[in-house]
Design a protein around this ligand. Structure first.
Ligand code: NAD
Ligand code: UD1
Length: 331
């Protein structure tokens, strides 16, 4: 299939390009490189030995998007492009609402106009808010505490309404849990700018000596050891989930949790990183981070049953591959 990958130079997008190319698809990337580098796409081509067609465009720009759609006979779109920093979204709500929602609308409109049958959307477990774990796709979504989370809930709603009006269209809303790790080659991975907000890149930078120690946000949660519990998923498992979803999706909206179904605490993740890589991670316990929930993990029954997809990589693989990328990465 000819697949347009928006945000394909980014963290999850680049790994998904690898999985798509390896499955034999033709990949067209649209990315404005606001949070990524073109070099990542060269590395994807190096890993796979296959070419990518690249457009450096902003996917909120309808004219640029339509030019691309007119040129390629697309079979599907995977829409990763978006802004994703939760804290920043509180400071710059308009930038987040504009970028994340307008891009979804522009792409949906182009799919309608050019009869592109499949649309896969990057959603997030954040839409479950303070529901009780494990999170199931049928749960009523609860308000999220920040504009970023709202952009995901609103985009889901817009796409659902478009399908209601055009029931022959196929949309998959994929709710990611916590993607971590990197491609096994160490050539591509997660390279946040500035000090990382998320746990695994922070640990990896402590391991490298770039940061002095990890600050663990709270050890008084009602969890196994008091630290926050999350469902970490290897980014290559997540990438492969997209390839499977594309192949199996049918008319209408389908929603899938993409996670492992297993919760891991902050301390357990630190221990696994030390065991996998033989590098000590100094840490201190500090106050809770505002907006954090105690536990977040998926019920993965639906993806297993309907997509016949489940993860194959474990926490040790995630820690090994996160370090495999970070140790060689140069800013
Ligand atoms: P990323 O920032 O690494 O990748 C996003 C890519 O989109 C970047 O390459 C950026 O340059 C590009 N981009 C942003 N706005 C654009 C625009 N208007 N036009 C063209 N390109 C644009 O982020 P990621 O971690 O790979 O996340 C991909 C998607 O998955 C995002 O939608 C994100 O919200 C969602 N998601 C991510 C996580 C996570 O933990 N990483 C979890 C849940 C959902
Ligand atoms: C973050 C986002 C969430 C997004 C998710 C996807 C925030 C507030 N939430 O969630 O919207 O959907 O990523 O990956 O950013 N931790 C520390 N020290 C650190 C960093 C994190 O103790 O320096 C803890 C957190 O308190 C949490 C766990 O590690 O318990 C995971 O944190 P993080 O990697 O930021 O992900 P989420 O909070 O799940």
């Amino acid at each position: 299939m000819n697949i347009l990958v928006t945000g394909g130079a980014g963290y999850i997008g680049s790994h998904t390009c690898v999985a798509l190319l390896e499955a034999g698809h033709t990949v067209i990337v649209a990315d404005n490189l606001i949070n990524s580098k073109a070099e990542t796409l060269e590395r994807v081509m190096q890993i796979t030995g296959k070419d990518i067609i690249f457009y450096q465009i902003d996917v909120t720009q309808a004219a640029a998007v339509e030019t691309l759609f007119a040129k390629h006979s697309l079979d599907g779109v995977i829409h990763f492009a978006g802004l994703k920093a939760v804290g920043e979204s509180v400071d710059k709500p308009l930038a987040y609402y504009y970028n994340n929602i307008v891009s979804t609308m522009v792409l949906a409109q182009a799919c309608q106009k050019y009869n592109v049958p499949r649309f896969v959307f990057s959603s997030s477990a954040t839409v479950y808010g303070e529901n009780k774990v494990p999170f199931v796709e049928t749960m009523k979504l609860l308000p999220t505490t920040n504009p970023y989370g709202e952009t995901k809930a609103i985009s889901e709603r817009i796409l659902t309404d478009v399908v209601n009006a055009n029931p022959q269209w196929s949309v998959a809303l994929l709710r990611y849990f916590n993607p971590v790790g990197a491609h096994e080659s160490g050539l591509i991975g997660e390279a946040p700018t500035g000090i990382p907000n998320n746990l695994m890149p922070y640990i990896a930078q402590v391991a490298k000596g770039k940061l002095d120690k990890l600050r663990i946000f709270g050890n008084d949660y009602p969890t196994v050891d008091g630290t926050g519990v999350r469902d970490y998923i290897h980014v290559m498992d997540l990438a492969e989930g997209h390839v499977v979803a594309l192949a199996r999706m049918s008319a209408g909206v389908s929603i899938y949790n993409l996670g492992t179904g297993q919760g891991t605490s902050v301390l357990e993740l630190v221990e696994s990183f030390v065991a996998a890589n033989g590098i000590e991670i100094p840490y201190e316990i500090v106050a809770r981070r505002p907006g954090d929930i105690a536990k977040c993990y998926a019920d993965v029954t639906k993806a297993k049953k309907e997509l016949n997809w489940s993860t194959t990589r474990n926490i040790m693989d995630m820690c090994r591959d996160a370090w495999g990328f970070e140790k060689n990465y140069k800013d």
